[in-house]
Each structure stands twice: as C-alpha cells, then as structure tokens.
Design a protein around this ligand. Structure first.
Ligand SMILES: [Zn+2]
Length: 159
C-alpha cells in the first residue's frame, strides 16, 4: 500500500516557530503587516488568522497544555480513498486542507517534536531526527549554551 499521507514537516516547523522571542521580546510573524508575505514565503495558503489557529492548537498540544483531541476539528473532513490502477491500490487523501496537512505532519513526528527546553527565553520547537532522540534545544549555539552557562552560574552561586 502506498502511504497517502504526505507529511509536511517543514511547514509544520516553520509554523510552530513563527512566534519567536527576539532579544527578549515576544514576536509573531503571523500578526501585523508582514503576515501575509510571511505565509507566501513559506508556501502556506490561507489567512494569517487561520494559520495562527492551527499553530496555536498544535503548540498547545506539543507543550502538553491541551489534549490532542482538540486537533480533531482540523482533520474532520479528511478521507482516505482507494484508487485502483495497474500498480494496485493507491490511497489518496481527500479534503486535506493546509490545517489538516500540518496536523497529519504533527502525527508523524510525535515523540520527536518538542519545545526547546530553554522555556524561560525561547518559544521555539524542534524536530529531533537523530537516533538517540535526545536533543533538548532548538539550537545548541544559542539556547543550549545559554542554558548551560546559566546552570553553571546557579551551581557557583549555590556552593
Ligand atoms: Zn531555544
């Protein structure tokens, strides 16, 4: 059987990481004058409001703040339809709009998609494709080092 689900991990991660903290200030690419252009640049169809809705819903689930069942509404219209051809049966998705596709992508990276552990300063997410699956920071060069430095300072202070 051909897997009809086409994971759109890049769009999922871009979407989840569209509200970063920049120099200590929370920002949101999906608000304000540049939002429509940001969506176009990332090949994401629809309105900024629609993109924010599915982004915030998935982010809430990944952060453990919302039950996954809350994502059902985005995939409620999706159907898998068998198409018989010379090569056998191919499964096609019907009704998979963008929000549904990113929810399906989320489903394929569960257990590997997580928030950056530097939660006090960072709102980014990461998808860990390594065998060990032990990555903790969106970026070692920023959050990883910052957190290690802070923990080192804390240790020095407490001794
Ligand atoms: Zn981070």
């Amino acid at each position: 059987m051909v897997n009809a689900v086409m994971p759109d991990e890049a769009a999922l991660l871009a979407l989840l990481n569209s509200a970063p903290i920049v120099d200590g200030v929370p920002t949101d690419e999906l608000r304000g004058a540049g939002a429509a252009e940001w969506l176009r640049a990332h090949d994401i169809p629809g309105t900024p409001a629609a993109a924010r809705e599915v982004r915030d819903a998935i982010a809430g689930v990944v952060r453990g703040q919302e039950p996954a069942a809350g994502l059902q509404r985005f995939v409620a219209e999706v159907r898998q339809v068998p198409v018989v051809g010379e090569a056998g049966v191919e499964w096609k998705l019907e009704g998979a709009r963008f929000a549904a596709r990113v929810v399906l992508a989320w489903a394929t990276v569960q257990g590997r998609l997580r928030p950056c552990e530097n939660v006090a300063e960072c709102t980014l997410f990461l998808i860990d494709r390594s065998k060990a699956n032990a990555r903790r920071w969106c970026s070692m060069s920023t959050c990883g080092n910052r957190l290690k430095a802070r923990r080192h300072q804390d240790r020095l202070r407490s001794t």
